[in-house]
Design a protein around this ligand. Sequence first.
Ligand code: S3P
Length: 441
Amino acid sequence: MTPVSMTARRTGGLNGVVRAPGDKSISHRALILGGLAHGLTEVEGLLEGEDVKRSAAAMTAFGAKVERLGEGHWRVEGNGGFSEPADVIDCGNAGTGARLIMGATAGFELSATFTGDSSLRGRPMNRVLRPLGEMGARWICREGGRLPLTLQGGGLKHISYRLPQASAQVKSAILLAGLHAEGGVEVIEPEATRDHTERMLRGCGVEVEVIEEGAGRRIRIAGGQSLKGLRVRVPGDPSSAAFPLVAALITPGSQVTVEGVLLNPLRIGLLDTLGEMGADLSVTNLREEGGEAVADITARYSQLVGVEVPPERAPSMIDEYPILAVAAAFAQGQTVMRGIGELRVKESDRIALMAQGLAACGVGVEEEPEGLIVNGSVRANHGVRGAARVTTHGDHRIAMSHLILGLASEEPVSVDEPGMIATSFPGFFDLMASLGADIAS
Ligand code: S3P
């Protein structure tokens, strides 16, 4: 049974070598592209988190044969397209699963009804529905483009769509729909976002044209291309690796190595930022695995200093701001994070919840409509107080961030709904315990 709360207590140094769980973004895409492809897709290192398992169940519902062969080892046998599901598709907590699968669904003459948990049912789907509608898809949904919604696909035509917000999920949804649009599709992203869909589509034999345009990209796919199955070795998730790495940076006497972390240039904004804050980080054993750069990262306890994070860096570290805010609480001086309005429409309003959680732990924070400023608490003989029970609104990253804070604060920190951590990081508690962390119910 999942405990109703978990509490992190100050420990001595954290030490050890661990492996990050498989990357969530790549895991979803491996299953979804496998479901769209003709033939066999074999995946190793799949993240077996709740979110990804929902995508696996969805692919079964759309007619693919999905098998778990062993830990992280999955096989998908696709029929070259989706068939109409007999029941509602429940994407759980997963925005990535919901948006990418809706995009893929739009390409086929069928209707499918999507829902999710209370967090996902509150998140905006209009950002995906608008371009899919311009291509010719139809739907009926709750007010404001909320789930549950029923999507009717098929008969799509070409669009050239400029993303109004930096979103790899929206970009990917349009690209997947474009595979079956007459004349294909063009997506223009003013700021480059994670490109796992483009890379994996190429791995499936699809021609994807990518033109660099300043800080952004123009991506074109010709319609009518079919996908063949592929082999995917999923690298470690940098967004999950961030938790043990920051834990080591803020806990005196620590040295932690996380092996096999994905270093895709569009995912490593946090490492750049921590470097600027004076973090002692080293990257070793840099190699290429399955078309992606991967390395081992070692973090040692460091005296951090506050920085101003360039807003244009946001897309490359969008999920890492909560844990960066924790690092900032243990830094000397102010850390300014701006241009992060997208954080308000994640699994929770992450700007509001980090501001509330940090303030409850005695950290000085200032909330802005699209920003967060953390006044680092660390001065001589003065650390972060802690002594709070933090409300997470069922957001896995809010929960993990505050538990990491509690490992280095003066007093313990508790979080509610710790079971939600399994959406992205099912082994979080065991991994942290293996490093010497004291996190218990
Ligand atoms: C993701 C894209 C990002 C990120 C999410 C995963 C993806 O969302 O926050 O956790 O796999 O494409 P947005 O596209 O909404 O920025």
